[in-house]
Design a protein around this ligand. Structure first.
Ligand code: ADP
Ligand code: DP6
Ligand code: CO
Length: 354
């Protein structure tokens, strides 16, 4: 559904609202070759979740009589960061290039209001949902056509994978301008409907080291990162694609856990080291290994982003037993179950206001 630019009502503002999901990487992105353009050191592969439990919602209102841009996140007025300004600027340029919005429309001020229904900056991929959502709203506001993943990428790298549903691969690309560093869908969610993702919220605290800062320091100081990006990840991406293609859960699980572990090993190899996992994360991790050993095959897999919270992967049939195990061990724990989702970025509702 495309928003209509109301050319005739120059005195009126317009409102666009979008909702966007998070995605969880099973082969992780950590490190850039270009900080400004956000070009990654390696390809990454992720699963897009549904918007039922973890989603960003962003409403953008145009203010024709002003040039001001204001941004509110989770009820708090925030400074307009360089990345927010850049995403807005890129969308405006694209709209003018495509001739889908007039100069008058793209120079209007903007009121941007966003909220996440899950902890922000806590390793649950809020930057991914947030920037995918922002660009989606701008895309509809300005009528931009085509793939916006290269613009989304410049807001937050992982966000470009939330543009697509299902199983997604973000290619690092080869161009210096980053224009071929884009995401594409490998398989739709329907390819593997039995696959479930459980989200275990261990901590809702804002992390001490943001992903952006953390990966910068890792690039500067870790020897292990070079080995990971040059030797391990290229093969792992191919193996992961094959495991997903064949719906081979044990292989998918092992690759996912190994990749999460190696990512956290590079954080530990950063100097000074970065610890994203806490003791509860470590307990969850070992619980998965113990369970898999008892089962005689990998039945559940974990993955941790830059934070203490766990994403667990399993097949439908094992969900009750794994939830029972978590409940027995941790008591009341906030875990949410999601299928991989085919959610497609779209406008939630659009209208002209006076
Ligand atoms: P996370 O692990 O949650 O992705 P990051 O350190 O990568 O944590 O990014 C967190 C930052 O992403 C926030 O401080 C904020 O700047 C940005 N962000 C989060 N949610 C949104 C949103 N809904 N809209 C715009 N930006 C957002
Ligand atoms: C551990 O995309 O949040 O979640 O590009 O600097 O905004 P910036 O970082 P971000 O990093 C995500 C890192 C990760 C792994 C992943 O999602 O691939
Ligand atoms: Co992030």
């Amino acid at each position: 559904m495309d928003a209509l630019i109301d050319e005739t009502s120059s005195g009126l503002g317009r409102v666009v609202t979008c909702v966007a999901p998070v995605n969880i990487a099973v082969v992780k992105y950590w490190g850039k070759t270009n900080e400004d353009l956000i070009i990654p050191l390696n390809d990454s592969i992720s699963l897009t979740l549904s918007t039922e439990h973890l989603r960003a919602r962003t409403t953008i209102k145009t203010i024709p009589q002003s040039n001001d841009i204001t941004f509110e996140l989770n009820g708090v007025t925030e400074k307009l960061t360089k990345r927010l300004s850049r995403a807005i600027q890129l969308c405006r340029e694209e709209a003018v290039r495509q001739n889908t919005a007039t100069q008058e429309v793209v120079s209007a001020g903007l009121t941007i209001i966003s909220d996440n229904n899950f902890p922000t900056a806590a390793g649950l991929a809020s930057s991914a949902a947030g920037f995918a959502c922002l660009v989606c709203a701008l895309q509809h506001l300005y009528g931009i056509q085509g793939d916006v993943s290269a613009i989304v990428r410049q807001g937050s790298g992982s966000a470009c994978r939330s543009v697509f549903g299902g199983f997604v691969r973000w290619a690092k690309g080869h161009r210096e301008d980053g224009n071929d560093s884009i995401a594409r869908q490998l398989f739709p969610a329907s390819h593997w409907p039995e696959l479930r993702v459980l989200i275990v919220v261990v901590s809702d605290h804002k992390k001490e080291t943001s992903s952006t800062k953390g990966m910068q320091t890792t690039v500067e100081t870790s020897d292990l990162l070079k080995f990971r990006t040059e030797v391990v990840v290229p093969k792992r991406c191919e193996d992961m694609e094959r495991a997903i293609e064949k719906r081979d859960f044990p292989s998918f699980a092992e690759l996912t856990m190994r990749d999460s572990n190696q990512f956290h090993a590079t954080c530990l190899d950063t100097y000074p080291p970065i610890f994203y996992l806490n003791s509860t994360s470590q307990e969850i991790l070992m619980l998965c290994h113990d369970y898999n050993q008892k089962k005689g095959a990998a039945t559940v897999a974990y993955s941790f982003d830059a934070g203490a919270n766990a994403f667990l992967f399993t097949l439908n049939k094992s969900v009750p037993e794994i939830c029972g195990l978590l409940q027995a061990r941790f008591g009341v724990t906030d875990f949410k179950g999601d299928p991989v989702s085919d959610f497609c970025l779209h406008e939630e509702h659009g209208s002209s206001i006076s």
